[in-house]
Structures are given as structure tokens and as C-alpha cells.
Design a protein around this ligand. Sequence first.
Ligand code: ATR
Length: 278
Amino acid sequence: MKKLFGLLGYPVGHSLSPLMHNQMFQLLDFDGYYHAFDVEPSQLENAVEGARALQMQGFNVTIPHKVTIMDYLDMVDEEAQEIGAVNTVVMKDGQLFGSNTDGQGYLESLMDVVTTPFPTHDVLIIGAGGAARAIGTVLKREKVRSITIANRTLAKAEEFSGVLESSETSCSALSLKEAEQQLERFSVIINTTSVGMSPRVDDMPLSLERLSRETVVSDLIYNPLETKFLREAKQKGAKTVDGLGMFVNQGALAFELWTGLRPDREKMRRCVLEQLGG
Ligand code: ATR
């Protein structure tokens, strides 16, 4: 019998996950089917009970359910607890286990470009929401030298940097303006906000005027694949990492948790790119 997988979010109409996962099922000859379910916030608990009743083998969770889903699961692993959000749920012996593959997925895409040891890096994270939390948590695990959070709402950056602080990673918070003025001291800069996403493609989260060409600049946005932020960074001679790597890797890691199979990430990337029209 076909094994059922899916995505719970609201809205999910434009999600590229069904296409990506269904193509991998086909390529790996795995008898599975992945469907995107629009689940209104008030229906999340019912949807999870439905997933149990239908014996779904696993599902992804996206906005706005990544935090509230944790109330309805049997177990949440340590990293997802630290991040405070779940994006992947696995059904094992009738029990639902929550994980988070966003941070690790991002890290693996960064490692394609950053080849020097993490403890030598000073990282600037722009934004202090869910995506920033997932990435900050794995960068702390990798013991980067410092993490600076810059956010429009400074209080949120301060709160998050306080949570991240550890003996190996020093953390601080800045306004976007302050970060702009100190840009040359960061070896990695990551935009986790939606600033620059289609259709507002001429927006940038902050000015790159003081960017050093030694810095790696990365954007979680993958629509467009090359944001204005990345385009300007490239023009200044910096290396860049686009958001498609994180999207593909978080999906590949979820796929592995569900099936035990390793999908071909390059094929997954091409499948999504085709859909994006690139
Ligand atoms: P996600 O889960 O994708 O991280 P989120 O939790 O809603 O989404 O967080 C969005 C982040 O983008 C926040 O840090 C937000 O800044 P505020 O804390 O000030 O709201 C940031 N953000 C969103 N739109 C922005 C904009 N137009 N300019 C600057 N920052 C923005």
C-alpha cells in the first residue's frame, strides 16, 4: 500500500515540496505519496489526530504551525526543543516524533562555500524570527566564534542573543544601522528576513557598502534565486550562498528520516529550479 506523507501549513498552495518529494519517491522506486494540506490554525490538533488515524508515515510542518505543533506530538528531539520549532514529524510505532531539519539543512548548504573551521568565524544573522533561531542554534552547536543578531526590532535581537550565548560563542545584538556600519568585521552574513523576496525584489535588508570581499553572504530567499542582496555582494567580490540549498537540504534530511533512503540532492535542486523557471 502507498505510504502517505505530507505538509501541514497555511497557506501551502505554492509549496514546491510535493513536487520535490514525489519526484524523489519515483526516482528511488519508493511507494510513497506527498500531499500539501491547508490546515487552518484552529484545525491543527484535529489534523494531527487525522494524520495518526490515516497512518501517515511522516509530514513536514510549515508556517504558521512550526511552534504550536509541538503540543500535539509524543516526542520532540533535543535540537528542535532548543530551536523551539519542529518542521519534520516521523511516525514510528504509532508515535509521532518531531525534529527540525532547517538548521542542519542550512549548515550543509553553507559548508559548500565555507571551508575553514567554524570556530574561526564571526557571523551576522539578520532577523530574529524562526529561521534565525534554527540557524543560530546549529551555528552555536558548531561553536562559531561569535554570533551577532541584527534586527529591525532590537528587543527581539537582544532576547535571542541572550538565549544563544555560550562559553564558546559570544553573542550580541545590533540595530540594522549599527550592523551596516560594522559590516567588514563579519566573515559570514545571513539574511533570514523576507526582505528582497518577490515581488519586492529591489529591497535589501541592509546596505552592503562596507562589505569585505572576504565575507560569505547568504540569503534564505530562493524566489528570486539571486536577490538584490546577493547580486550586490557578488559585485563586491564576495562569495554567496542562495536559499535553494537550505530548502533542498531540509527536504532531503526529512526524506531520509522518513524512508532511510538518501535522495540525490542535485536532482532535487534541478527539480525545484525547473519549477521556479530557472
Ligand atoms: P521566519 O520564521 O521566516 O524567520 P518570522 O518569525 O516572522 O519569520 O521572522 C521574520 C523576521 O524578519 C523578523 O526578524 C522580522 O523583524 P521584526 O522582528 O522587526 O518583525 C524580519 N522582517 C520582516 N520584514 C521586515 C522588514 N520589512 N524589514 C526588516 N525586517 C523585517
